[in-house]
Design a protein around this ligand. Structure first.
Ligand code: FCB
Length: 431
């Protein structure tokens, strides 16, 4: 018998800016036009053509491949290109996409904001500006009114910690502030925005299920016998995972670097479910020179990385460990992203099989996990990596727009259809 119940969601995930194309009013679009921001010199451009009509083709393929859900996001910069001016045609397009998904038997999990900001919000200073949570609340309210009759599952924000570190502590994502304190301020505001967005959606849609999506890598000491490795690993874990978890569980903000403790009681109950985005494990070695990284370097081998970014070592065990941690929040769990970049698809089939297998074990062991979404359905614009690190089950030829299913698309289809790992698949892939 399958550990995955009848209602379990097996889907894939995308985000607006990464697949739509032509998001000219966003902070990312402006960033991409600047020399040297994207490693392969590309930009999002037409992306995967979703806005121009390809969403339907890809969603139809997802349904043919046995999936029953899709996680997608709304582009704030399209829907509110100027403060308070909402674009009717853009809402119509999203309605059409969501209706199409539903007509194909795909339940939609809708993320209100996946990293990108309208240029006018970016001009204020982005997430560090004190008014942005209220602006986001207004946006969330409007989206709930416009789309609420066709969407039951909502996420407010995607990965506040990743955005905080990449865009505000780091230099590689807009605005590229390069100041770790700015990152903590931004994260605080994002959490506030989450709580306000949660309330806003519920005011319009009392029965909606509203959650938050967090990326939680598994930080482990490189040498568990070495105290300094253990300290560095737990510092990194606190800065990335622990502080966020503490905030939504206890309703208290406690970020490092003397920003102090602040009560945030409205945060504590603002979750109907929580989403885990999970890519892998980091083995942390103490390094006195790595002050900016909480004195830890990542040394795991093998690992999934390019020259600029490291997604960690695939470790299904780490995914289960993080789900277990999240289960403390006492709300249903979803794996809202899991996947790997792998242009040749040598590793991806095994990656997916192992993670689904581990998830089955976790559910059988009592964890309340309601869905699993592979990142991603189709190759898309991978932020500062451009098009150099394809994550899709469907390979995209950017010249012709043609899609070619990778072998892992079929492996995942077998998983979706059988609702788990079949006896036929297991020996070939897991051997
Ligand atoms: C996650 C992001 C998603 C994509 C994957 C590879 O952190 O949410 O947009 O970039 O990583």
């Amino acid at each position: 018998m399958s550990a995955f119940g009848e209602d379990f969601l097996f889907g894939t995930a995308t985000s607006s800016h990464q697949v739509e194309g032509g998001n000219v009013h966003s902070d990312w679009w402006a960033w991409e036009q600047r020399e040297g921001t994207i490693v392969d010199g590309t930009g999002s451009g037409d992306a995967a053509g979703w806005w121009a009509g390809k969403a339907e083709e890809d969603l139809a393929t997802a349904a043919e491949l046995g999936q029953n859900a899709h996680r997608m996001s709304l582009e704030w910069s399209r829907l509110e290109p100027e403060p308070g001016r909402f674009d009717r045609a853009a809402f119509d397009r999203y309605r059409a996409i969501v209706d199409f998904a539903n007509s194909q038997g795909l339940q939609v999990l809708l993320t209100l904001n996946h990293f990108t900001l309208p240029s006018w919000v970016a001009k204020l200073g982005g997430w560090t500006h004190p008014n942005v949570p209220a602006l986001f609340e207004g946006f969330a309210d409007r989206c709930a009114r416009e789309l609420g009759d066709r969407v039951a599952l909502w996420a407010t924000l995607n990965e506040p910690a990743v955005l905080g570190y990449m865009a505000y502590a780091g230099h590689r994502w807009p605005p590229g502030t390069g100041d770790v304190r700015a990152a903590f301020v931004a994260m605080r505001r994002m959490l506030e925005a989450h709580a306000r967005g949660y309330e806003a959606v519920h005011r319009v849609l009392p029965d909606a299920k509203v959650g938050l999506v967090m990326n939680m890598p598994w930080f482990q000491p490189a040498d568990p016998g070495r105290r300094l490795d253990r300290v560095a690993a737990s510092l990194q874990d606190w800065a990335f995972n622990g502080a966020m978890l503490h905030a939504v569980r206890e309703g208290e903000l406690r970020f490092p670097l003397a920003l102090g403790r602040r009560p945030a009681p409205h945060l504590a109950r603002a979750l109907d479910w929580v989403g885990l985005n999970y890519y892998g494990r980091y083995d942390v070695r103490f390094d006195p020179r790595a002050a900016g990284d909480a004195f830890g370097r990542h040394v795991q081998e093998p690992t999934v990385r390019n020259e600029h970014n490291d997604w960690g070592q695939p470790s299904p065990e780490g995914m289960v460990a993080q789900l277990l941690r999240l289960s403390d929040l006492d709300v249903p769990l979803y794996v809202t992203e899991n996947g790997t970049f792998d242009p040749t698809d040598d590793r991806r089939p095994r990656f997916l099989m192992e993670h689904v297998d581990a998830l089955a074990g976790a559910i059988a062991g009592g964890l309340d996990v309601r869905g699993y979404f592979v990142w991603s359905l189709v190759d898309n614009f991978e932020w500062a990596e451009g098009w150099s690190t394809p994550f899709g089950l469907l390979a995209l030829d950017r010249e012709t727009g043609e899609r070619t299913p990778r072998p892992s698309a079929d492996v995942y289809a077998s998983i979706c259809r059988a609702r788990g790992i079949t006896r036929e698949l297991a020996p070939t892939i897991l051997a």
